[in-house]
Design a protein around this ligand. Structure first.
Ligand code: FE
Ligand code: FE
Ligand code: ZN
Length: 294
């Protein structure tokens, strides 16, 4: 059989009693061949000790099911904001959290951690970028791992940084360890930031390549969006139900220039049920089912 070249999955949960083993089972139940997880709650940095998380059991199942560990993604918690140093305690806490999450990611056998670049909170984007680059320098100097951080492109709500490819490139350039940085491209976020992937996907990919370089693209978040282009909102929608629509997202998943890059769904649950099995099936096959959500 020919090897599947598309790496498609979703974010998955990690709950008692099976923890990481449960995460892997969840991903497999959606028909995924990659997935993204948080090493604890997304909203805080309270973390269970690694020894309780059934990591070895999870990794064994990963191996048995043919999932490539190198394509797995960890998402750092949202509370990190390393783009503002006006509150030294919070800045330091953010750096410490980055370091401990890098180490946790490494312990799971994963090599890519997605990080939101954060908010400058009134310091201005330039200072925010500097603050983040310095924080990353500190973290990379002491974490002792080879895990890469994928800076996620943001939609531009509030005081976010990392909303243009140029800003993301600047973060990478200003860091002393650029080889440990890459990018996570979120389709909802770049639409909301003003990149017209609906009408000019090839052009946007070309622009990314020119400004940052496609070799830096480590992850794609495949989400439809509730809002039109340049809305600066960041509200994810189910595949086919938003402004981008199925065809655009199908072309993202199958784009020849994005081959081999893990694609992760972060679309909303429907009546407390994960939509990912259905969405993954449609995005793989290209067969869209009208009103699949109803
Ligand atoms: Fe994210
Ligand atoms: Fe995302
Ligand atoms: Zn988002």
């Amino acid at each position: 059989m020919e090897k599947d070249e598309i790496y498609l999955g979703s974010h998955v949960s990690m709950n008692a009693p099976e923890f990481y083993l449960g995460s892997v089972k969840e991903a497999l139940s959606y028909g995924s061949n990659t997935f993204m997880f948080y090493t604890g709650a997304p909203q805080n940095s309270i973390r269970k000790p690694l020894s309780e998380l059934k990591i070895q059991e999870g990794r064994k199942l990963i191996k048995e099911s043919g999932i490539e560990e190198l394509k797995l993604i960890v998402h750092a918690p949202y509370i990190i904001n390393a783009a503002n140093y006006s509150k030294p305690d919070l800045y330091e806490l953010s750096i410490n959290t980055i370091v401990s999450e890098l180490r946790r990611t490494y312990a799971f056998g994963a090599k890519i951690m997605v990080l939101h670049p954060g908010s400058h909170v009134g310091m201005g984007a330039e200072n925010g970028i500097l603050a983040l680059a310095k924080a990353l320098d500190t973290a990379f100097a002491c974490d002792g791992t080879d895990v890469k951080i994928a800076i996620e492109t943001m939609s531009g709500k509030g005081h976010e940084i990392g909303i243009t490819f140029e800003q993301v490139k600047e973060i990478i350039d200003k860091c002393k360890y650029p080889e440990r940085l890459g990018v996570c491209l979120d389709t909802c976020h770049i639409n909301d930031a003003g990149y017209d992937i609906k009408n000019d996907l090839d052009g946007v990919i070309e622009k990314f390549d020119k400004v940052i370089g496609l070799d830096k693209l480590l992850v794609v978040h495949v989400n439809d969006t509730k809002n039109p282009i340049a809305a600066h909102k960041d509200r994810h929608e189910n595949i086919g139900y938003g402004y981008l629509g199925f065809d655009v997202l199908y072309r993202v998943v199958h784009h020849p220039r994005l081959k081999g890059i893990p694609m992760i769904l972060e679309t909303p649950y429907i009546n407390e049920k994960a939509p990912y099995k259905q969405e993954i099936e449609m995005l793989r096959s290209g067969k869209y089912i009208d009103n699949w959500r109803d």
